[in-house]
Ligand binder design. Structure first.
Ligand code: CP
Length: 319
């Protein structure tokens, strides 16, 4: 593995998931990171990604340095040929090669602007780090995708649904949820992409009109604007808010879309997932989150093993 930016870098999903589950059984079994260093740059806040990736790297013997780039770093310029007489202080062409000297692997978290769709979906920041750093880059959530989360989601579903998966494909529903703020589409895009690529699941996406995701991430998914219709016989319900892709960045706070135990009655005794952080009783009700149906803590715990699998696969490509 050279970089980890999307499902295309994952290779065979079941194989990568198996590696992660092996680490869960034996976290310190591989010390191939000894003498190596990972730099983790956060241009946006994080709890789970920051902690789990650090634990994963240290399990493999790597040294970790975390840099809150938006607070402590110089404001970076990404545009080619920019005349830097404004707010930006350092060009990515100058900063990234230096980081590539300091580190063997770089992890980046960069959220979208949610103002300029074309710019956000170009993934300019990630592309610039890959181009100029000269070392493998791991997305710790980008403008459009969150692959470490999606791999942890695959692992969580594999564990929770092991017996059913052995017999048949799962009906997985990604349902939009209300929110008071504009959130990126990245977790939803990424989950849709991984569920579409994985041979164990059939994906249905339920969202209000005007909130369809970019179709390129889930070309074969069933799309519906009727949440009840989607929930029928679902095995897994993945709850997530996203702002509009079409009317870019616009929000809708329609409480009728919040998942409740009543709504779950028409599912196939579904388990419920959310990447966290979650706005309780806005996105998801307490009764669902605090019930045995909820897999949210398992998902967050599995972030360690997902990151460990990815970092160890990347280490294989480093001389
Ligand atoms: N799910 C997730 O990525 O959590 P953080 O934003 O806290 O890292």
């Amino acid at each position: 593995m050279k970089n980890f930016i999307s499902v295309e870098d994952a290779g065979h999903i079941n194989h990568l998931s198996r590696i992660a589950l092996d680490y869960k059984q034996n976290p310190l079994s591989n010390q191939s990171g000894a003498g190596k260093r990972i730099g983790m740059l956060f241009l946006n806040p994080s709890l789970r990604t920051r902690m789990s990736t650090q634990i994963a790297a240290e399990n493999l013997g790597l040294k970790t340095i975390i840099f809150n780039a938006s607070q402590d770093g110089w404001q970076l310029e990404f545009n080619e040929g920019a005349i830097m007489n404004g707010q930006t202080v350092e060009h990515i062409k100058d900063a990234a090669p230096i980081l590539g000297n300091y580190f063997d692997i770089i992890g980046i978290r960069i959220f979208p602007t949610l103002k300029d769709k074309e710019q956000d979906y170009k993934e300019q920041v990630l592309a610039a780090f890959i181009k100029y750093s000269g070392v493998p880059v791991i997305s710790m959530e980008s403008a459009t995708l969150h692959p470490l989360q999606s791999l942890a989601d695959v692992i969580t579903i594999s564990e929770a649904m092991e017996k059913i998966i052995a017999k048949r494909k799962l009906k997985v529903v990604l349902t939009w949820a209300p929110h008071v703020k504009a959130l990126p589409q990245c977790v939803a895009n990424s989950f849709a992409e991984w569920m579409s690529a994985w041979d164990k699941t059939d994906l249905t996406i339920a969202c209000p009109e005007g909130f369809d995701l970019d179709k390129k991430y889930s070309p074969d998914a069933i799309i519906t604007h009727n949440q009840n219709e989607a929930l029928e016989n679902a095995d897994i319900v993945y709850v997530k808010n996203w702002s509009s892709y079409n009317d870019y960045g616009q929000i809708l706070n329609d409480p009728s879309w919040m998942l409740t135990n009543k709504k779950l009655e028409i599912t196939n005794n579904a388990r419920v997932m959310h990447c966290l952080p979650v706005r309780r009783n806005v996105e998801l009700s307490d009764e669902v989150l605090d019930s045995k149906r909820s897999l949210v803590t398992n998902q967050a715990a599995n972030r360690v093993w997902a990151a460990q699998a990815v970092i160890s696969e990347i280490l294989k490509s480093i001389k």
